[in-house]
Design a protein around this ligand. Sequence first.
Ligand SMILES: Cc1cc2nc3c(=O)[nH]c(=O)nc-3n(C[C@H](O)[C@H](O)[C@H](O)COP(=O)(O)O)c2cc1C
Ligand code: SF4
Ligand code: FES
Length: 638
Amino acid sequence: MAVAFSLILPSASAQATIVHASRAPGANHLQPMIASSPLPTPAAVPVATPDALRAQLRRRGQLKGRQPDDASRAEVRSLIGNGPHRRDQLIEHLHALNDAHRGLWERHLVALAAEMRLSMAEVFEVASFYHHFEVLREGDTPAALTVRVCDGLSCAMAGAQALLAKLPAILGRDVRVIPAPCVGRCEQAPVAVVGQSPVLLADVASVQNACKAGATTHPAARDEGAFDPAAVAPCVITASPQDVAPAYVGYAAYRAQGGYALATAVQADAQITETVLKAMEDSGLRGLGGAGFPAGRKWRIVREQPAPRLMAVNIDEGEPGTFKDRTYLERDPHRFLEGLLVAAQVVDTAAVFIYLRDEYHGARAILAAELARLQAEPPFPLPHIELRRGAGAYICGEESAMIESIEGKRGEPRLRPPYIAQVGLFGRPTLEHNFETLYWVRDIVQRGPAWFSGFGRNGRTGLRSFSVSGRVQQPGVKLAPAGITLRELVDEYCGGMVEGHTLYAYLPGGASGGILPASLADAPLDFDTLQPHGSFIGSAAVVVLSEADSARDAALNAMRFFAHESCGQCTPCRVGTEKASALMAQPGDWDALTLEDLAVVMTDASICGLGQAAPNPMRCVLKYFPHEVQAAGAKAST
Ligand SMILES: Cc1cc2nc3c(=O)[nH]c(=O)nc-3n(C[C@H](O)[C@H](O)[C@H](O)COP(=O)(O)O)c2cc1C
Ligand code: SF4
Ligand code: FES
């Protein structure tokens, strides 16, 4: 396995060449085109790429600019070791520096570039891309403590803006208070994160107490939980209030309950892989990260690609309103790891990279510890598995951006084709899955595909984990039949609306999926059912609004989020989200014509799903809530 793995991960310069070749297929055809030309052949001019030039400069030791000092180099080495360093470890190394020095000092970045034999520009462009890294210059004073107050929609509805307004004066100058996009705990809104410690249902006093007590690390979770949702599905997985660090099922307990028997059987008998594949296909399980591509079909497609193949697991969970992956991971990490191993065996992937969002400090501690236990006492020889830490960029949930990030680069989505199933991580065919898709593999195979497909309502089949937040009595994760309606979900799984509130609107798929009115509360919630209404279910992040809320404000919140998170690579998205936010924030009537123009360009010409879906909430307001826009216009003109 080690040999195969080192073949996949080439040295920095060779890796740069592979990426260039895959990005610019046309370049390979230059030579034959020149040879067949009837014109006199000009003297051969070598075609150099930026990556090749950088490698050349590196070889000649001619890197220009600031040189590292010995003290900074020693400090960097004490954190990342003596090397040699893989290029793709860059973000991990930046995290080590950021954590240890409360930011990324320029002198450390210069030293890191030298240690990793990268140009300063390569290191800086990555460091400056991610929201959780702060580049500091000499003379800067980093805050002693940072408090992030989530201003995502559910938290905004629960009073985040008031917290943001009050906290700076109360916490004093040593504490930096900043707004943050959804931190994945919307069922306990509003949420503030003190250092790395989430304060749930936060108010000024609880945040102040956490700061005073120096409670800045995520509380440790106990390995003594019991959790088997499939046995009781459909069911309420969580309700309010929540423990910030619930007990989880550890390695010994999971194995004692028959855990890893399936993965061991698949490892022992290659014939079983076809049975597993068939079960996945028959179950109808679709990818639960948002796009809903049939999981079994994806396994078959990637399996047919040339080896070595790789796997990437998406636990970025950045869609505002989504917290299902964290909820399962914090309670039952091994059911997911077993699904991962089964997929790795069936598709025969040589290595697996798990990408976990940076905000999930508690889940990261659990996953790291349980992965170590599994690797220390493996039920069979395991593939190479690496846990990677995101750095606060929603776009890294998009599959090709995630792959760029795992490779240690800015999280900028790739142009397709080629699709990542053909040319993915390190240029290899890659199976990418959402956490929850893998979480259900064991139960689907052992209980049989009919167990999963047997659930469903209104002509839909399967189970969906809805992350419900907003104006309901019992927000949380609800494992409900696919096709359930919003009204049924709220009444049967969430204890109804909060006292005194009536249903006004809902977001069925987080910020991306649009906003629907109460009159559509009886539409089945599933993949493909909401598109006719200008909406989609995505990761099933349901935010419920009451008459106390405004769809217009919700759409503005979503558009500002997209403007903040746009990677900036393409103009329709970068400029469109900014311009639309500004127009939507104006107090008067919306300029519907200009907004629709922007929406068309963003939808048609953006490279990835972020820019394509960004106009959904705004368009829904124009379609279903025109009274809000007109009312605002009328108010502004008086
Ligand atoms: C802007 C954007 C953000 C996304 N964020 C996530 C995410 O946080 N988690 C996730 O699993 N999928 C996310 N996706 C979907 C992934 O691109 C991809 O479809 C998914 O990881 C594939 O796994 P699945 O087939 O198991 O769903 C996102 C897509 C887009 C366009
Ligand atoms: S659509 Fe937006 S997020 Fe996606 S590549 Fe373009 S700029 Fe980046
Ligand atoms: S945690 Fe605040 S909106 Fe999700």
